[in-house]
Design a protein around this ligand. Structure first.
Ligand code: GAR
Length: 190
């Protein structure tokens, strides 16, 4: 069975939806760059190992990514799933997991990359935003798109309404898409 590490920085609602979904893989590690973030409690409740670190305590990204790599290798992790990991992945992780890192972003990329994508879309008064799932490359929310679905923004919607709709879509689309990628890989090796 494939082994997944989920990377997250905050609440972890996407982490939770992945844990609860019936994915044909095991989630063996949470990597968290915000010690004390709520996602850590979710991992604990589900008996999932946690590697928690504070970037400030390392001289460089390469140094903390080396530590992450050691945790991943120790568990024979096959796939990295970013779920609200608010940090660019550096060459240390990218070179070892090329094509095996997936991210979710709450907009229709390439529109509204970066921080607070939902707020950016709301402030721009767009009528449609959505969710994008993509393979990770060295850029900020770039890389080949795997799945993308729209969300309608109505005149009466508050920013919180938009956030609720987008997150509901994320919780459905992310597990489905990860399962799809895994099934494709399984077919290609069999
Ligand atoms: C999600 O909406 C995810 O798409 C976003 O962070 C949120 C995390 O929520 N990611 C990005 O903006 C990446 N650029 P969660 O902690 O409740 O899963």
């Amino acid at each position: 069975m494939m082994k997944i590490a989920v990377f997250a920085s905050g609440n972890g609602s996407n982490f939770q939806s992945l844990v609860e979904a019936n994915i044909d893989a095991s989630i063996d590690l949470l990597v968290c760059d915000k010690p004390g973030a709520y996602v850590e409690q979710r991992a604990e409740k589900n008996g999932i190992d946690i590697f928690s670190f504070s970037a400030k305590k390392f001289p460089s990204k390469a140094d903390f990514e080396e530590k992450i790599l050691a945790e991943l290798r120790q568990r024979n992790i096959d796939l990295l799933v970013l779920a609200g990991y608010m940090r660019l992945v550096g060459p240390t992780l990218l070179s070892e997991f090329e094509g095996k890192i997936i991210n979710i972003h709450p907009s229709l990329l390439p529109s509204f990359p970066g921080l607070d994508a939902i707020g950016q879309a709301f402030d721009a008064n767009v009528k449609v935003s959505g969710v994008t799932i993509h393979f990770v490359d060295a850029g900020m929310d770039t890389g080949p798109i795997i799945a993308q679905e729209p969300v309608k923004i109505e005149e009466k919607d508050t920013k919180e309404d938009v956030q609720r709709k987008i997150q509901a879509l994320e919780h459905d689309l992310y597990p489905k898409t990860i399962q799809h990628v895994i099934s494709q890989w399984q077919r290609s090796v069999n």
